[in-house]
Design a protein around this ligand. Structure first.
Ligand code: M6R
Length: 601
């Protein structure tokens, strides 16, 4: 949530900061600002609204200087107003800071600082940190930050400019990501790698409680006691083009179309000519997935794979619930946190709880170097490339794929799955990218459907077993970017209440990937049709004839192994959400009230 950028070098900071913010806008987009230090004075431009509005402001009144910080905000404390936008300064404007995260003890600190004469102009927790750091500053910013770390509780990533130290950019993190980009005679700072990719692919990822001191030619890292640490630089494989739209109208559409490659890359990463590279270690007796949102839905799918292919008890848990639940440790249990960003606060907290309980933990993430990846002994990556659109598509598909591979690997090692069956699945997976491309080639029918159903008030998605999890993901996709109210139900559960919502013309979409459940789900569809629903069945070609006898509309995907069908039937669901949002004129990549990475509880 929120994006931070920083620059120190010999170029003008303003365009670099604005460009970096634009690349991070998906992290938060209700207000933005920059601060630049020049001639011993800090100047700030900030406003409610998006980066383009800030750019108009800086075009009209540019900031000159070669060191600066910037921020794009997703409001937590205080509405998105000009005054609440970052950067925040102390009363005199001697220091300026930008902040991601939440300062939990902001109210007590505010009272304490007010007593010392600090006057607050915003409602934010960040302004508290600005005044606090200024009060602690006695000519040595390192010391002030060390003291601030002791006094601030909550999570934060902070970047600090100080008028008295015009050649240094400071930053510190606790629980909120920050990366330093190492250039030639210049350094970059960002909360997320895509912001610095046009400048460098050599990054240093800060650990919690580390303070980074950036000068043009050096980056020095210290712990909170002032001990120097050796920065470990990482070379990222993503390039700048991967984080750009590349001719597509929206990042989401580009990312949908990248899925065949993402699936192929993920398969190659784990399955070589001699079989599997190490996936989950050991032979867990039980696997629990913890995740939020879309990643939780992939965990649900994973639980089915583990049960069916590896004969291993498995369950998915919503991380924000799991972290407060009474848990009972199981011998041999493995807890796997799933997260595209690897920075989701609830997922990280749930993981820590599992670790405290003594469970073995692993991570499945798309982000190398993320907090999640570095918190667990075993981390598995998805090879989706950077996902920028708020609505997750290629991360979900590669998560489901990797979970399937993990289940196959475990099933083989446990003797629960024959080599012959594993080969069938792996061969099916190799052939899948081509089938995915075929599904994506034809979107006209979905566009036309969305144009006709633009004014729907409610839609239903149903399915049984694994398909119920797909229904939940399809509904989430549609509601988060089109704002169309959707219900997702286990098909057999509808008649226990929710069927009362169905009236003349309500669209009900049934996802059917399992032959043994097809008849059952179709009969649930028939029940909704009897109450006036317009029924749609999404299924492989081989079910089409049977489906057409029951459903008003049938959308098919190519035939493949039923275990792989989830990776195909989700594609028209993603496109449905996309085209509905476009038809309704929504901001597809940056839907209201949301941000890409939820780093607050
Ligand atoms: O980065 P994560 O995978 O941990 O994010 C979890 C959810 O916030 C995320 O999947 C969210 O639900 C997406 N916007 C859904 O498209």
């Amino acid at each position: 949530m929120c994006g931070i950028v920083g620059y120190i070098g010999s170029q003008q900071a303003q365009p670099i900061l604005l460009d970096g913010l634009k690349r991070l806008e998906y992290r938060g987009y209700d207000s933005a600002g920059i601060a630049v230090l020049d001639g011993g004075a800090i100047s700030v431009r900030k406003c409610a609204g998006r980066i383009d509005k800030l750019r108009q402001m800086t075009d009209a009144s540019p900031l000159r200087g070669t060191i600066g910080i910037g921020h794009t905000r997703w409001a937590t404390h205080g509405e998105p107003t000009d005054l609440n936008a970052h950067p925040h300064t102390d009363v005199k404007g001697d220091i300026a800071i930008v902040h991601n995260g939440i300062i939990e003890n902001h109210a007590a600190l505010r009272r304490h600082l007010e007593k010392q004469g600090c006057v607050f102009v915003s409602q934010t927790d960040t302004e508290v940190a600005a005044h606090l750091i200024h009060t602690l500053y006695k000519g040595d910013m390192m010391k002030a930050l060390q003291e601030a770390i002791r006094m601030l509780s909550g999570s934060y990533a902070l970047a600090v400019l100080c008028e008295n130290e015009p050649d240094v950019l400071y930053c510190v993190r606790l629980g909120s990501p920050l990366v330093v980009g190492v250039g030639q005679g210049e350094m970059f700072l960002a909360s997320d790698i895509p912001a610095i990719l046009p400048h460098t692919r050599d990054v240093v990822i800060l650990e919690d409680r580390e303070i980074a001191v950036l000068r043009r030619d050096s980056v020095d890292i210290f712990d909170d006691l002032g001990n120097r640490k050796t920065p470990a630089a990482l070379h990222v494989s993503w390039d700048a083009a991967a984080a750009e739209k590349g001719g597509y109208a929206h990042f989401m559409l580009k990312e949908i179309f990248e899925q065949p490659d993402a699936v192929a890359n993920t398969l190659t990463a784990y399955v070589g000519v001699d079989g599997f590279k190490e996936m989950l270690p050991g032979l867990p007796s039980r696997v629990d997935f913890i995740a939020c949102g879309t990643a939780y839905h992939s965990g649900m799918a994973g639980a089915y794979y583990f049960a069916e292919l590896a004969q291993t008890e498995a369950a998915a848990h919503i991380a924000s619930e799991y972290r407060y639940k009474t848990l009972f440790p199981h011998p041999g249990q493995e807890v796997v946190a799933i997260s595209q960003s690897g920075e989701t606060a609830d997922t990280l907290a749930a993981l820590r709880k599992a670790q405290e309980m003594g469970a073995d933990t692993a991570a499945l993430t798309n982000t190398l170097g993320s907090t999640l990846e570095r918190t667990v002994g075993k981390s598995l990556l998805t090879y989706a490339g950077p996902e920028i659109a708020v609505a997750s598509t290629k991360a979900y598909i590669t998560q489901v794929e990797t979970l399937l591979l993990m289940a196959v690997d475990l099933g083989l090692r446990k003797g629960a799955l024959s080599q012959e069956r594993a080969d069938e699945l792996l061969n099916g997976l190799s052939a899948l990218p081509e089938k995915m491309s075929r599904v994506l080639e034809n979107q006209t029918y979905l566009q036309q459907y969305c144009d006709r159903h633009l004014h729907e008030k409610l839609m239903f998605f149903i399915g049984r077993g694994m398909d119920a999890s797909l229904a939940m993901e399809a509904a989430l996709k549609l509601k988060e970017i089109s704002y169309l109210p959707c219900e997702a139900y286990a098909a057999g559960e509808l008649k226990h209440g929710a069927i009362a919502l169905i009236s003349e013309g309500t669209p009900v979409i049934a996802l059917c990937t399992r032959e043994n459940l097809l008849e059952k789900t179709l009969s649930n569809l028939r029940e909704t049709k009897a109450r006036g629903a317009e029924t749609i069945c999404v299924c492989p070609e081989r079910f089409a004839q049977q489906a057409r006898r029951e459903a008003d509309i049938v959308w098919t995907v190519p035939d493949t192994d039923e275990m792989l069908l989830p990776l195909l039937v989700m594609l028209p669901m993603q496109l449905l959400a996309y085209h509905m949002a476009v038809a309704q004129g929504r901001d597809v990549d940056k839907p209201r009230n949301l941000a890409k990475s939820v780093t607050v509880e």
